[in-house]
Each structure stands twice: as structure tokens, then as C-alpha cells.
Design a binder for this molecule. Structure first.
Ligand code: AMP
Length: 143
């Protein structure tokens, strides 16, 4: 199965943030949309980073003034991205090996979606359930 299948179900709308937004505002956006990661987009609409709840928690332990500081101070700048044609399995392997849970999906330099490890696990579970249902139907028909 390809990433494009997940995007077709979940949609291509991506909630993003700007590098100069404060961490307080980034947290508000995560809470409002019930998400744990925000791709960071600059004024030219280019992906320049990603900030996740994990970045915030890790840095909060070191710096209690973090809430009023800018996202760009804490975001990860070297973002690993995928494309809609990627297989779910290879995307899941990358995320597992590199220990992150969010993969922005690009079409050239344009951000066209984001998938989480949770989206991938759910898609794989639905696929396996569909395969089990088909096999059970075949067994019943053969009896
Ligand atoms: P996560 O597990 O997604 O909350 O992220 C764990 C760490 O990896 C955080 O420091 C994130 O900023 C970083 N991270 C998350 N997604 C990506 C990604 N696609 N590419 C690079 N770093 C990422």
C-alpha cells in the first residue's frame, strides 16, 4: 500500500506553523487541532523545519522560559520527508529506525500532506482485517 492511500482517506490539509511563532501559540495550535506535530513553513511557503510535542517537552525540562520563545529555536531543521508514491512499509521503517512519528509528504517543494506512525498502523490494520475477512469468506464458501 502507498502513502497516497492514506492521504486519500485523511485528506491533504496540513496544519503548519511559522518559525517566528511562539511555542505558546504552537501548543495552542496543536491542542486546537488535536495533533502532535507542526511542519514549519517560511514566508516563501518552503518547509524549513518540524516541531513536535517531544521537542517542547524535552526543552521545557531545560528552559522554563520556553513558552515565550520562537518555534525556530527548538524545531528540527533537517526534516525527513516522503512522497505519496512511497510504500507504507518503507515509511514505517524509516520512522521506526530514526525514532520519529511524523512524516511530511512533499510534491517537489510543496507540502501535500503529513502521515503519523498512527495513520500507518491503522491503514495496515485495516488492510489485514480486509484480507482476513476475504479468507474467512472463502473458507465458508468452500465448506
Ligand atoms: P516525534 O516522534 O515525531 O514527536 O519526533 C521526535 C523528534 O524527531 C523531534 O525532535 C522532532 O522534531 C523530530 N522529527 C519528527 N518528525 C521528523 C521528520 N519527519 N524529520 C526529521 N525529524 C523529525
Amino acid at each position: 500500500m502507498k502513502i497516497s492511500r492514506i492521504l486519500a482517506t485523511k485528506g491533504r490539509r496540513v496544519i503548519t506553523t511559522r518559525p517566528t511563532i511562539t511555542i505558546r501559540e504552537a501548543i495552542a495550535a496543536m491542542l486546537e487541532h488535536n495533533i502532535g506535530a507542526l511542519p514549519v513553513i517560511d514566508e516563501n511557503e518552503q518547509l524549513v523545519g518540524i516541531i513536535t510535542e517531544r521537542d517542547i517537552i524535552r526543552n521545557l525540562a531545560k528552559d522554563e522560559k520556553l513558552f515565550s520563545q520562537a518555534v525556530q529555536q527548538f524545531m528540527t531543521r533537517k526534516v525527513i520527508t516522503g512522497v505519496a508514491q512511497d510504500d507504507l512499509e518503507s515509511a514505517a521503517n524509516t520512522m521506526t529506525e530514526r525514532r520519529f512519528r511524523h512524516l511530511p509528504i512533499m510534491d517537489g517543494s510543496v507540502l501535500v500532506g503529513i502521515v503519523s506512525i498512527g495513520d500507518i498502523v491503522k491503514a495496515q490494520r485495516d488492510e489485514y482485517r480486509g484480507a482476513v475477512d476475504t479468507l474467512q469468506t472463502q473458507i465458508i464458501e468452500e465448506q
